[in-house]
Write a protein that binds this ligand. Structure first.
Ligand code: IMP
Ligand code: MG
Length: 183
């Protein structure tokens, strides 16, 4: 029987590498935010897997919240234009230390619009924790404060990231076979 794994050309970041890195990031966040009012904000759907792992690697009190955003005119494999909030946060950000938990900082367009929008709500701070970054694709002047791995300029799937809403449940980060896009 065919599985998702048959569609993978190669693995970029293994399960073990992800596990190790998430533990390191969780320890760093726990240290840096000790005594603060930490709110982890995850952007659905891509960051859901990373959020679930990262929050369990954080050992200080924190709260979590989720938002759904979309970029206008974006296609499946690139993102352009402005950001629209489809589902807003439930939490009030006033005085809170917000850590945005993201799947990937690609062009940076999404977060370069979202960060100023969140800063208008008077949080104490807004920082970014991304499990992946594609620095070669960056269009906006934005950097992750916490980063897992840099990946080359290839479209990646797994660990929450999708192609056509699929492959989010792969436990590693990989690159699809060319023929998958052609179908
Ligand atoms: P941005 O280009 O930094 O604004 O990225 C916006 C969103 O596009 C990311 O949060 C991902 O959900 C998605 N994205 C960017 N690059 C990839 C990729 O290689 N695979 C899957 N999704 C991606
Ligand atoms: Mg995303």
């Amino acid at each position: 029987m065919a599985t998702m794994y048959d569609d993978i050309d190669h693995i970029l970041v293994t399960e073990e590498q992800l596990r190790q890195k998430v533990a390191e990031l969780g320890a760093a966040v726990s240290r840096d935010y000790a005594g603060k009012d930490l709110l982890l904000v995850s952007i659905l759907k891509g960051a859901a897997v990373f959020m679930a792992d990262l929050m369990r690697a954080v050992n200080i009190p924190c709260k979590i919240d989720f938002m759904v955003v979309s970029s206008y005119g974006g296609s499946n494999t690139s993102s352009t234009g402005l950001v629209k909030i489809i589902k807003d946060l439930d939490e009030d950000l006033t005085g809170r230390d917000v850590l945005i938990v993201e799947d990937i900082l690609d062009t940076g367009v999404t977060l370069s619009h979202l960060v100023p929008m969140l800063k208008m709500r008077n949080p104490a701070s807004v920082k970014i924790c991304a499990i992946l970054s594609k620095p070669s694709r960056r269009k906006a002047d934005i950097y992750p404060d916490y980063l897992g791995f840099e990946v080359p300029d290839e479209f990646v799937v797994g660990y929450g990231l999708d192609y056509d809403e699929k492959y989010r449940n792969l436990p590693f980060v990989g690159v699809l076979k060319k023929q998958v896009y052609a179908d």
